[in-house]
Ligand binder design. Structure first.
Ligand SMILES: Nc1nc2c(ncn2[C@@H]2O[C@H](COP(=O)(O)OP(=O)(O)OP(=O)(O)O)[C@@H](O)[C@H]2O)c(=O)[nH]1
Ligand SMILES: [Mg+2]
Length: 298
């Protein structure tokens, strides 16, 4: 199957790219949001070009979905490979480590103020933009930043063509619309990982193959017992190709169509849904391909 031939996100790619480019001159800090389960696959390399001379912060969001150990691997990885000025993990969903984000923002803000003061400028605003591919949690993060701080502060019109800046506090403003970037599809493995994580609408995917890749990854990670327990699988079920395992899941879980045939589609969606809801454990999908694909993202 040619995963890379799928028209993942029809339309608007160029339009959103232009929008980001257009906004960039006003921005000081780019918060590049990635999904903790797929921190590389959910990146977009164009950001490097867009955000030249900006402070770049990689925000590893959805940190609640992987282990601390895995997070530490990625923080080290991004730092060692010079991917950004700052890297931190948080969960926009639970609010975990939002403090860490505010302290990085304050630090950058302060640096800018001091720099401008030397030039004789006293009134300095620091402006933030949130950017990232679909489904990484941009809206959740914006809501969290704004929700917490917006009491009594209205939106104020932007400088150019009615862009909206949300005033977070004195001297700190956030662009109200996130920069939507597009994932990079040069590697088939990246395509699968995006699909498994839910970054691509299931309807356009070869969904059974996607589920098989997830199963294969889990088996390679030594997670056979998790599958076995969750879906009541027997040892002998594992003596077959992965596609057959989907049938076994349907069989053991009693997923039947009208008429009594095994409902493999239900098994397929169940395992993907369970992974996305963190019911198969906390683990990501990118670690084994990190070294192989990292140069695509620089
Ligand atoms: N577990 C978990 N889920 C999250 C987190 N942040 C966002 N989500 C979930 O991820 C999904 C996408 O979140 P959004 O904020 O809509 O993502 P987005 O980047 O704005 O997506 P688009 O608008 O499609 O570009 C939602 O179902 C959120 O509930 C997080 O920190 N942890
Ligand atoms: Mg959104």
């Amino acid at each position: 199957m040619a995963m890379t031939k799928i028209n993942w996100y029809p339309g608007h790619m160029k339009k959103t790219k232009d929008l980001i480019k257009e906004n960039m001159p006003l921005i000081d800090i780019v918060l590049e949001i990635v999904d903790a389960r797929i921190p590389l696959s959910s990146k977009n390399p164009d950001i490097v070009g867009f955000a030249r001379n900006k402070k770049r912060v990689i925000v590893i969001n959805k940190a609640d979905l992987v282990t601390k150990e895995e997070i530490n691997f990625w923080k080290k990885f991004f730092k060692e490979n010079n991917f950004a000025d700052e890297v931190l993990e948080l969960s926009a969903e639970t609010g975990m480590n939002m403090k860490g984000l505010y302290s990085i923002i304050d630090k950058v803000s302060k640096e800018k103020k001091e720099k401008m003061l030397k030039k004789g400028l006293r009134k300095v605003n620091t402006r933030l933009m949130v950017a990232g591919i679909p489904n990484v949690g941009k809206s959740r993060l914006i809501n969290r930043i704004v929700g917490k701080n917006s009491a009594g502060v209205g939106n104020k019109p932007g400088f150019t063509r009615g862009k909206q800046w949300i005033r977070i506090k004195e001297g700190l403003e956030l662009l109200d619309t996130p920069g939507i970037l597009w994932p990079k599809f040069e590697s088939e493995e990246v395509g699968y990982n995006l699909a498994i994580s839910g970054a691509i609408r299931d309807e356009i995917l070869p969904i059974e193959e996607v589920a098989c890749v997830l199963i294969d990854k889990m088996l390679a990670m030594g997670m056979k017992n998790v599958l076995q327990k969750k879906y009541k699988l027997l040892d002998e079920d594992f003596d077959q190709v992965t596609g057959g395992l989907l049938e076994s899941i349907a069989l053991r879980m009693n997923m039947l169509q009208k008429g009594g045939n095994l409902n493999v589609q239900q098994a397929t969606y169940t395992i993907l849904r369970d992974y996305r809801a963190c019911k198969l454990g906390k683990f990501g999908l990118d670690r084994d391909i990190a070294e192989k694909i990292k140069d695509l993202y620089k």
